[in-house]
Design a protein around this ligand. Structure first.
Ligand code: 856
Length: 293
């Protein structure tokens, strides 16, 4: 769509959105968009935490069915929040992605960061474990957590083999609202059946899941009818998703807000001017998307 001058593109998108919104309203389908928290700003999204205070519940490996246990991060304020499960990578534990679990929760999500059953589990196994973890939060967590969950809004994310797991989970479960694979690693390269809005994070210096054989072909395989984005970390490594000092947190929050909550206040941070200004943190000209969304 890049060849279409942007005012036209925005105008057509606007008409299309208005038509879609009114037909959805007429049909009475689709969950209403949820707006949790104040209007976003760039500085708000760049901060290491959002507006919600967060408590944690430990899920022991003994009580977990179908995954290895984990930690649930949830807003202390009562409300109805989307649910996100996050898997670490090969040989790693939940501590490696704890920062992201907490960060997303502070923006108004119930997040479970998981340990896998064994740290050597492969992506397909991580996919089923992500789904088991979502099921735990929705059906078997403490009543405090369950009271904060909207089970119609669930999403997955993961690092490396966990990122591959999140791609497989999304492809096999079109009811999911969003996926966020980070420096994903997978033997299967074709995710052309994926109907779940998916943002993939790659890293230019990744020597374990090289972007030319992993993140980029995965992105290219996603159908054009699926909302998608690809950002490649500038000066990044396979382990960038284990640290906070990258665009990963900001885009994770924006992607989940937009597609788990349907909160279009975040659209400019994915498709508009604040995104354009900030996307310089990614490798120049390698950012890809199929906006408008
Ligand atoms: C952090 C994925 C042949 O595959 C590999 O060597 C390999 C190594 C590591 C990972 C991964 O998940 O790293 C994440 O532990 C594939």
């Amino acid at each position: 769509m890049k060849h279409i001058p942007s005012p036209f593109r925005r105008w057509h998108a606007c008409l299309a959105k208005a038509a879609l919104a009114s037909s959805l309203a007429l049909l009475g389908v689709g969950a209403a968009a949820v707006e949790n928290g104040p209007d976003p700003s760039s500085s708000f999204l760049n901060a290491s935490s959002g507006p919600y205070r967060v408590s944690t519940d430990n899920v022991s490996s003994f009580s977990a069915r179908g995954f290895g246990g984990g930690t649930i991060y949830y807003p202390t304020t009562s409300g109805q929040y989307g649910v996100i499960a996050v898997s670490p990578g090969y040989t790693a534990s939940q501590s490696s992605i704890a920062w992201l679990g907490r960060r997303m929760a502070t923006h108004g999500f119930v997040v479970i960061t998981i340990d896998t059953i064994t740290t050597l589990d492969q992506p397909a196994s991580r996919a089923t474990q992500l789904l088991a973890a979502l099921d735990h939060v929705v059906n078997r967590s403490s009543s405090t957590v369950r009271s904060r969950v909207d089970s119609s809004r669930q999403a997955v994310a993961g690092h490396s083999m966990g990122g591959g797991g999140s791609l497989i989970a999304a492809e096999d479960n079109p009811w999911l609202k969003a996926a966020y694979p980070m420096t994903p690693w997978s033997i299967s390269k074709n995710f052309s059946r994926n109907r779940v809005p998916t943002m993939i994070i790659g890293a230019d210096g990744d020597t374990i899941a090289n972007v030319y054989t992993h993140a980029r072909p995965f992105y290219d395989s996603l159908p054009s009818s699926t909302a998608k984005a690809y950002g490649e970390l500038n000066g990044g490594s396979h382990f960038s998703p284990n640290f906070t000092n990258t665009p990963i947190g900001r885009y994770a929050v924006s992607w989940m807000k937009r597609f788990v909550d349907g909160d279009t206040r975040y659209s400019p941070y994915l498709c508009g001017a604040p995104h354009d200004a900030y996307a310089t943190r990614f490798v120049f000209d390698r950012y890809q998307e199929n906006c408008d969304y």
